[in-house]
Design a protein around this ligand. Structure first.
Ligand SMILES: Nc1nc2c(ncn2[C@@H]2O[C@H](COP(=O)(O)OP(=O)(O)OP(=O)(O)O)[C@@H](O)[C@H]2O)c(=O)[nH]1
Ligand SMILES: [Mg+2]
Length: 294
């Protein structure tokens, strides 16, 4: 039996959460085209014959601009120490290494753990370009492997899994074979609502959003969940935009979230959303704690 812990790191938006979802075959982490989507460490577990791999998806590495950013940075550091393998994701579209990845490369060198360089989004570029990137990075660190993939199209992901298992040590089953994440249903619901808000909103508003499920109750006789949740934003002016003209934006966020939630819970859901202002919550230790970001 081989088993162990694998942490996925990289710049914001490189596709870490997309990869986690595709590796596990489950929608565990939310995905968006906007950077800094993931805020916490999220585990996803896969089981193979004689192998169990526990992946941890992390927030994108960036320079923190507030307390939330500092927490995210701490999370990444905690999650990447003492693991069996680090998956370092870069984008196939990158022109060179660039300052952000130079910074991450330095971290990788300091960590000095078994690291696989994963070049994601190969569906977007020509093969020659990928070879150039491989050449550049090969000179920087002794990676265990460099694997080009497209997380979105599930291209190369099986090669990646096999390489990971090959590198893992002998070990026990750390989790039941029927569990696939450490996230609770409530957390996944909160994140799903945030994902839809990210989709519907622009500029600085999505970054200042947090979601809290206040109530979740199953009406057993009807196989229906009543769910009440609040979307927090940072400014009064943002609240109006989130609600939208005649409530249309909030309604759309709710509809999209409900569809996903119903699929996850395998029941009907009655989702009620509220929008409240929590001023400057990204800079308040106590408000971050209230929102479950510690
Ligand atoms: N074309 C293409 N797009 C991809 C691929 N993988 C991810 N994406 C897109 O890249 C964007 C970012 O994906 P995420 O998975 O949210 O990226 P992330 O690294 O988790 O981002 P943060 O959580 O912000 O750090 C989304 O729009 C994805 O659909 C891929 O293989 N090919
Ligand atoms: Mg992410």
């Amino acid at each position: 039996m081989k088993s162990g812990f694998v942490t996925i790191i990289g710049r914001p938006n490189v596709g870490k959460s997309t990869l986690l979802n595709h590796l596990t075959g489950q929608k565990i982490a939310i995905v968006s085209s906007k950077p800094q989507t993931t805020r916490t460490a999220i585990k996803g577990i896969i089981n193979r014959e004689n192998a169990q791999v526990i992946f941890t998806d992390t927030p994108g590495i960036h320079k923190p601009k507030n307390k939330l950013g500092e927490k995210m940075t701490e999370t990444i550091e905690e999650a990447s120490q003492g693991v069996d393998i680090v998956l370092y994701l870069i984008e196939a579209t990158d022109k060179g290494i660039g300052t952000a990845n130079e910074y991450i490369l330095k971290k990788v060198k300091d960590l000095n753990e078994k690291t696989i360089l994963v070049i994601n989004k190969i569906d977007k570029v020509a093969k020659e370009h990928i070879l150039e990137l491989i050449d550049l990075y090969r000179k920087e660190y002794e990676f265990e492997a460099i694997i080009p993939i497209s997380a979105r199209e599930d291209d190369g992901t099986e090669i990646l899994i096999n390489k990971i298992i090959e590198l893992l040590p002998e070990g026990p089953l750390y989790y039941d074979t029927d569990s696939f994440t450490d996230q609770t249903e409530r957390q996944i619901i909160e994140e799903t609502i945030r994902e839809k808000a990210l989709k519907m909103l622009d500029e600085e508003i999505p970054h200042g959003i947090a979601v809290e499920v206040e109530n979740m109750k199953l009406r057993e006789n009807r196989n229906l969940y009543d769910i009440e949740a609040t979307i927090y934003c940072e400014k009064k002016s943002h609240k109006g935009i989130i609600i939208g003209k005649d409530g249309a934006t909030l309604k759309r966020i709710g509809e999209m979230a409900r569809e996903d939630i119903e699929e996850m819970l395998q029941t009907k859901a009655n989702l009620q959303l509220w929008v409240k202002v929590k001023e400057d919550w990204r800079n308040s230790e106590s408000k971050l704690k209230q929102l479950g970001i510690t």
